[in-house]
Write a protein that binds this ligand. Structure first.
Ligand SMILES: [Zn+2]
Length: 110
């Protein structure tokens, strides 16, 4: 859980879990899953959450929701307090979590 912005947590449904389990079994069968083995019974019993972050561009105002898992791979928390990405819309490096967006735009209006 990052300190400087919020994430959106959504509990996934049993249907979604079953689908993920199918994907997992498929990946195992075809040899492209390299992570630790998953305890299937435990997986079905547990509440699983998808975590994502709403982003907004400081330049053009474009908004999108990104998965936190993917974000973690692209962002080094020891280097910056929050990720700054190139905007998908205007391609300026101004795409930040919406909490950061609000903090920065508030400063401008003050
Ligand atoms: Zn933009």
């Amino acid at each position: 859980m990052p300190k400087y912005f919020n994430t959106i947590k959504v509990k996934i449904s049993d249907e979604e879990k079953k689908q993920r389990l199918e994907d997992y079994k498929y990946a195992i069968k075809h040899g492209f899953y390299f992570g630790p083995p998953v305890d299937i019974e435990d997986f079905m019993k547990r509440d699983i959450f998808d975590e994502s972050v709403r982003f907004k561009c400081l330049k053009c105002g474009f908004e999108d929701v990104l998965e936190f898992d993917i974000l973690e791979e692209m962002w080094d928390e020891s280097i910056s307090d929050y990720p700054i990405l190139p905007c998908y819309h205007c391609s300026k490096e101004k795409f930040v979590p919406i909490d950061i967006y609000h903090k920065q735009t508030l400063k401008v209006f003050r």
